[in-house]
Design a protein around this ligand. Structure first.
Ligand SMILES: [Cu+2]
Length: 151
């Protein structure tokens, strides 16, 4: 490919990316009911919340200073129940409330740096394909209370 043609393609790509952002603006995104199960240091805790994106978006990652790592987990059907599987992103269709909840999708806080006790708060930074990152304050709740949510 000749250099001149390659430059033209790069420029076209930049224009397309610009259009996509303009079409979504102003992009709104809300996160509600953030909570995480009480879990001892060194173990993994699941975090849950409701997300509503104003335009099509994707949740692409999470970090927290309460754990060594955080990853996105989906529940997939398997023999004898569900199995959790790490995924790169979770789709957030425009205007739809996407619920991360017990026995469903969640953010896994892996290898906790400290005990998470009921009433504590954990800051989780969520990142998205389009929207700017959001800091979420998740409340630590007893596991028994999480288990009762779906009853
Ligand atoms: Cu998990």
């Amino acid at each position: 490919m000749k250099p001149a043609r390659r430059l033209t393609l790069i420029a076209a790509g930049a224009v397309l990316a610009g259009c996509a952002q303009t079409a979504n603006a102003p992009s709104t995104l809300t996160v509600d009911r953030a909570r995480v199960g009480a879990t001892p240091a060194g173990a993994d805790a699941a975090a849950y919340f409701d997300i509503r994106a104003g335009g099509d978006d994707r949740l692409t990652g999470a970090v927290t200073d309460a754990a060594a790592r955080a990853s996105l987990h989906e529940m997939r059907d398997a023999d004898g129940g569900g199995i959790m599987t790490q995924v790169d992103a979770v789709d957030l269709p425009a205007g739809i409330e996407v619920r991360f909840e017990p026995f469903g999708d969640h953010v896994m806080l892996e290898d906790l740096e400290r005990d998470l006790r009921p009433g504590d708060n954990v800051t989780i930074t969520l990142s998205f394909a389009d929207h700017a990152s959001i800091d979420v304050e998740a409340t630590v709740v007893a596991l028994v209370d999480l288990a009762e949510e779906n009853r």
